[in-house]
Design a protein around this ligand. Sequence first.
Ligand code: SF4
Ligand code: SF4
Length: 381
Amino acid sequence: MENMPSRRTFLLSGAAVTAVAQTKPEEPGSPAVRYRVLGRTGLKVTELGFGSEAVSDLSVFERALDAGINFFDSARNYQNGNAERALGAALRGKRNQVILCTRSYADNARQAALDLDDSLKALGTDHVDIWYLGQKDSPGEIKDDMLDAQHAAQKAGKIRFRGVSSHRPAAIADFAIRQKFDAIQIPYNFAIGTRRDPFNLDASNLDPTLDRFKEAGIGVVAMKVMAGGYRGIKIEEKNLDIHARSGSRIAAIRWALRNDRVQTTSVRMMDRDQLEENLRAMSGTFSERDARLLAAYTDAVRPVLCRMCGGCDGQCPYGTPVGDVVRALMYAEGYGSYEKGLETFRSAGAVRCSECRTCTVSCPNGVRVAERMRRAQQLFG
Ligand code: SF4
Ligand code: SF4
């Protein structure tokens, strides 16, 4: 593509940008912890946030708390409510030390309000700091009564700040600003941006949207920072190892944090090893070595990684939401969560690829759609 920076140049661009509000000095044996201020909430959040979706071993949370992580993120439906219960148990007696966030993926106000009450019960608290309306990719998905429910919860003291999470930040930016959300959670990683796309979900193109959030005082939380977190993958029936050299997780987090328009991250962590590695991201800034690691990873995952650009929307004659199906596979194969993959696949609705002789959907970002559709049927069908 004309005038497109090389992969490595692109990854490095912005490497000089740092916006560390405050740094706690590194003690021997303990990684440094850095903070930023999350928009108009004024909350001082650690750059590394804990995405609690996959943890059941409470000692992982305990170590995170000891290390100084103060931003914990969950959702009502993670592990059918067990993720919130585990986090609540770990925070017993320590609730006031942390900034606690959760969300409801409900598509109606009544269920969202019920979800919030269930979340509070599971988390063992009378309030959360940020409550997101989860996965809202267009303004039409957020009905007035859902906004009313969020305001009512705030008035009742059940939530301090109102958030929204979305895979399409540019598509809901006007709405989010108009509705004065306090925080937004969006996918933001080094792989988004491989190609400019019609929905502007390109890391380099996303900056103007992030500037608008910043100007409006909306705090930005980056999710899906690891771009799938693949270590191995099955492509065309062959098992391939992804080149996952030590440090790639750190590099991915530092890439997101090199942008001062992003204030924290919600990084899914499964175990102590991942936590310890991720913690080190706050001890340095994005480097050339990091760029090389990420460039190799990005090339390797190109055939399987959905960048959530929406470029395939409406292409399938049977209405298959291809991006959602490819993302479902990412959860199963990259995150190692078959359940989340299956849930995402099922919520994509009817997938009728088995009735198709030839897949007519093409992905501008290099995802091998036909192969991915076959794989999804095989895994979830
Ligand atoms: S499959 Fe390709 S075109 Fe479709 S949303 Fe994902 S990256 Fe975009
Ligand atoms: S295989 Fe057929 S049904 Fe499946 S996504 Fe492609 S065009 Fe649509």
